[in-house]
Design a protein around this ligand. Structure first.
Ligand code: NAP
Length: 286
């Protein structure tokens, strides 16, 4: 078996490669790919094959995917450019004749109205038309989206957003990575659609309360209207307008329940409960 992981130079891809190794896939059967191979030199030192692959460069994808049985396409990080980029990867995987192409999409992709989901929806459509066996790993949010900004949150003492009482079924990146590794190393996933999220959803107020309880520093949640939040993101935080629109729109969708998942798919795939928020906050504070 040979398994190719795109985005192995990123946070999730690195954890997927580690999970594949832990599940007993020989290092020489894993191809970790990305644009900057310096970031994954440690994998090469451990016998993992590494290959340069740029979603904008079809030839690099063809070379990296040659001989692959399974490919994990981790969505790219440049919203607006991802549809042609992912299409290049799907075509390369098809040309390689893979048994399975797994794609990290967004939870509820066929129903959410979130602007951020547009690229994922289009990618899913390309996959459906491509004629390659595929599985959809529709991921909800990472805890790390919140905990990586913890020191700034503690300094400010406030989390600002427009998510209202909306709850997010977040899990740790490692949970999603392990799920991907399970799908890549076991049979029967072609055609599967996994709605992946944490076992216990939480609101922004719940997040603020957990941070307060564990840190001893009072953090509260301040809810704004979507328009007010968007204005704050541009005028106070200095985000470019299109980014502010997308970020505020995410909270709008959260307030409508778009990131709440009840499928149980993630804990079922990984064979254990998902990482609770309290554990993620504890790890970030440490
Ligand atoms: P990350 O650390 O930013 O990693 C993104 C990966 O995509 C990197 O390895 C990057 O490679 C690769 N990439 C970007 N553009 C590329 C291109 N043109 N060609 C080849 N590779 C390219 O993000 P992450 O935390 O691992 O998350 C993985 C993906 O999930 C993200 O890219 C994004 O689509 C999505 N995401 C999900 C959530 C969530 O909460 N579910 C949050 C953030 C992001 P380089 O190292 O070469 O740049």
């Amino acid at each position: 078996m040979s398994v190719v992981v795109t985005g192995a130079t990123g946070h999730l891809g690195r954890l997927v490669v580690e999970s594949l190794l832990q599940r007993g896939v020989p290092a020489g059967e894993i191809v970790a790919t990305g644009r900057n191979l310096d970031k994954i030199k440690d994998f090469a030192d451990r016998g993992v094959r590494t290959a340069h692959a740029d979603f904008n460069d079809p030839e690099s994808l063809t070379a990296a995917f040659a001989g692959a049985q399974k490919v994990l396409l981790i969505s790219g990080s440049e919203p607006g450019q991802r549809i042609p980029q992912h299409t290049n990867a799907i075509e390369a995987a098809k040309a390689a004749g893979v048994d399975l192409l797994a794609y990290t999409s967004i939870v509820g992709a066929d129903s959410t109205t979130m602007i951020l989901a547009t690229d994922h929806q289009a990618t899913e459509a390309v996959l459906a038309a491509a004629g390659v066996p595929y599985a959809l790993l529709r991921n909800a949010w990472y805890h790390e989206n919140y905990t990586e900004a913890l020191s700034a949150t503690l300094e400010r003492g406030v989390i600002v957003g427009s998510a209202a009482q909306g709850r997010v079924s977040a899990a740790s990146r490692l949970d999603y990575a392990e799920a991907a590794a399970v799908v890549l190393t076991t049979d029967g996933h072609a055609g599967a659609v996994y709605e992946l999220g944490g076992d216990n959803a939480y609101s922004q107020a719940d997040l603020a309360a957990e941070i307060t309880a564990q840190s001893g520093t009072q953090v509260s949640y301040q809810d704004l209207s979507v328009a007010e939040y968007e204005k704050m993101l541009t005028e106070v935080a200095g985000l470019p307008a299109p980014v502010a629109t997308m970020v505020a729109d995410i909270d709008r969708a959260v307030s409508e329940g778009d990131l709440e998942v009840t499928s149980g798919d993630l804990s079922r795939l990984i064979g254990r409960p998902t990482t609770p928020l309290a554990t993620a906050v504890r790890a970030a504070l440490a």
